[in-house]
Design a protein. Structure first.
Length: 580
């Protein structure tokens, strides 16, 4: 679901609030029929403690805390671990903004893979399914927006302070390439952020086409030329703040954004608008209806699977034709007491996670694959009682992350195309992809800094302000295939696997710009090769992108802010492009 109003997300690769304690190893999977609870066990020691036998008859290899972890004190909401270099302190309770001494949020580059990384395309609903979410069966009316204030060239109600910028300068007063050292990349162009409220504003998403990089920020959507940063169209203005976007574009370069119904406390994130990224034209628009009593559109999540747009509410989902805006079907309560809680979308695949029997003896999760065009269930996989599907690292192949809060345990499981269990991660390591924050819902799409290809899962090990490793894990048996260490004293995170190589981003430090590197995924040697060294002179700017969104395409590295600070102290950057 979307970020709570006026709450900045944590900067950097901090862990979300749904982490198990740091001293707990991964547990064997959560799949299969319910099993009786094991007899009381003495407290588990730290890393490497042998696992209990899993549901498939064999114990896991030794493990250590995984990609998520609760604060290090006992209980789910104890004191948070202390931050390292450049990281804001993690909040002591879910949803609180990250702060540094003095209480002011500190920006820190946080990797969010761009839309080209198809492995991380998911959408979430709440897990607190209490009553039936019947949904509004009335077919919504999707219409083209011909109101002048919604036109592609309509005047902005929050004028951007950006201007058409030519490389290598951002404007007449700031030459970001001044003092650039030999071997360092250029700042190809940059654009400043639009004005935002003092409490800050969301700037979700970043989509690349052959000609433009498109970015949402507060109440506008901007499009800049990939090579020179000059406006390609727009900006498009919206009457209220943008509250959700499709993480990926459709095959024909369409996206959908949602904006608030008003500015008051009762406003909902229920206004949908389709946008053509090639032309900047606004297509169909519609209002998302509420479902049952506990199934509102106060917050929604959007995902695209083929030609289907799935809108996830708190206890249900509604599918639309992404090109025409016509309603395709509803997904609501099924069985005795199962409610859709979250969605994960990818090209040709749509995964639904449901919460069943909430509060009862039969409480459990279920994973289903749906036909995106019809909503028909292709297969169902029941999750063991006590285990909850909280993240999806990939949908094709399907790789999910689960937690058991009672046991303070985690698990990463993979599945075959037909939904049968394939493997679970058996690596003795503490992983740390960047995951977003959720309060009353599971946000499957939140984890970034992780990549998946047909046979391998790539996860970064934990490191706060120091070098880490990327571990390649076999999807066939869950074991480590190889490791690659960051070439700098800063963490390295996967962006995408393509062309036989893994492309990764190394975060900047105070005295060095970030790097884009590649690692061969096959063979016996896996050297880290530098593709781009960003300039030292702009390291602090690169480091300042709050909840940053990054992508690599055509030999250019793009980084944009995921959250505007709203500060009047200095003009923050919305987006920058680097290249040789």
């Amino acid at each position: 679901m979307t970020q709570p109003p006026d709450q900045p997300p944590p900067g950097g690769f901090g862990a979300p609030q749904d982490r198990p304690p740091q001293d707990q190893p991964p547990q064997s999977g959560g799949f299969g029929p319910p099993t009786p609870p094991p007899p009381a066990q003495p407290p588990q020691p730290g890393y490497g403690y042998p696992q209990q036998p899993g549901p498939y008859g064999a114990p896991n290899a030794p493990g250590a805390p995984g990609p998520h972890g609760y604060p290090q004190q006992p209980g789910p909401y104890g004191a948070a671990p202390q931050p390292g270099f450049g990281h804001p302190q993690q909040p002591p309770y879910p949803g609180a903004p990250g702060t540094v001494p003095g209480g002011k949020p500190k920006a820190r580059t946080a990797l969010v893979i761009g839309a080209a990384a198809a492995a991380l395309l998911v959408v979430g609903g709440t897990v607190y399914a209490v009553t039936s979410g019947g949904g509004d069966k009335k077919k919504p009316v999707a219409q083209h927006s011909d109101d002048p204030k919604h036109s592609a060239t309509g005047a902005s109600n929050t004028a951007s302070t950006s201007s058409a910028l030519s490389a290598p300068h951002g404007d007449d007063s700031e030459n970001l390439n001044e003092g650039r050292k030999a071997g360092e990349a250029k700042v190809l162009w940059y654009q400043s952020a639009p004005d935002a409220p003092g409490a800050g504003a969301d700037a979700p998403g970043m989509w690349l086409t052959d000609k433009a990089v498109v970015k949402a920020a507060y109440k506008q959507v901007f499009a800049y030329g990939v090579a020179d940063g000059k406006p390609v169209w727009g900006p498009l203005a919206f009457p209220q703040k943008i509250c959700a976007v499709t993480p990926r574009k459709s095959a024909d370069d369409k996206v959908v954004v949602a904006y608030m119904s008003g500015a008051d406390d009762n406003a909902k994130c229920n206004q949908l608008q389709q946008i053509d990224l090639a032309t900047g034209q606004k297509g169909w628009s519609t209002k998302v209806a509420d479902g049952g009593l506990f199934d509102s559109a106060l917050n929604i999540e959007l995902t695209v699977s083929g030609r289907t747009l799935m809108v996830g509410r708190s206890e249900s989902g509604t599918a639309y034709d992404v090109d025409k805006g016509t309603k395709l079907y509803d997904k609501g309560k099924y069985g005795a007491a199962c409610y859709p809680a979250a969605y994960a979308g990818g090209t040709g695949r749509l995964i639904q996670v449901s919460s069943c029997g909430a509060g009862g003896d039969n409480e459990h999760d279920e994973i289903q694959e749906l036909d995106p065009a019809t909503g028909k269930v292709r297969w169902t996989q029941r999750v063991k009682k006590g285990w909850q599907v909280t993240r999806a690292y990939s949908v094709d192949p399907l790789v999910v992350y689960l937690t058991d809060q009672d046991k303070k345990a985690w698990n990463i499981s993979t599945f075959t195309k037909n939904g049968t269990f394939r493997s679970e991660v058996k690596v003795d390591e503490k992983f740390a992809p960047h995951c977003g924050w959720a309060i009353l819902e599971r946000d499957l799409q939140a984890c970034q800094g992780v990549a998946v290809d047909a046979g391998t899962l790539y996860l970064p090990t934990d490191a706060t302000g120091s070098a880490n490793e990327i571990v390649a894990i076999s999807l066939a048996d869950g074991k480590a295939k190889w490791r690659a260490k960051s070439p700098a004293d800063e963490p390295m995170y996967p962006m995408k696997a393509e062309g036989g190589k893994l492309v990764a981003y190394v975060q900047p430090s105070y005295d060095s710009g970030g790097q884009v590197v590649s690692i061969p995924v096959n063979g016996s040697s896996h050297p880290v090769t530098k593709l781009l060294q960003n300039p030292q002179g702009t390291a602090r700017i690169e480091d300042s992108f709050y909840d940053g969104v990054v992508d690599w395409a055509g030999g250019r590295f793009f980084i944009s802010s995921g959250r505007l600070s709203g500060s009047d102290e200095s003009k923050e950057k919305l987006i920058m492009a680097f290249g040789n």
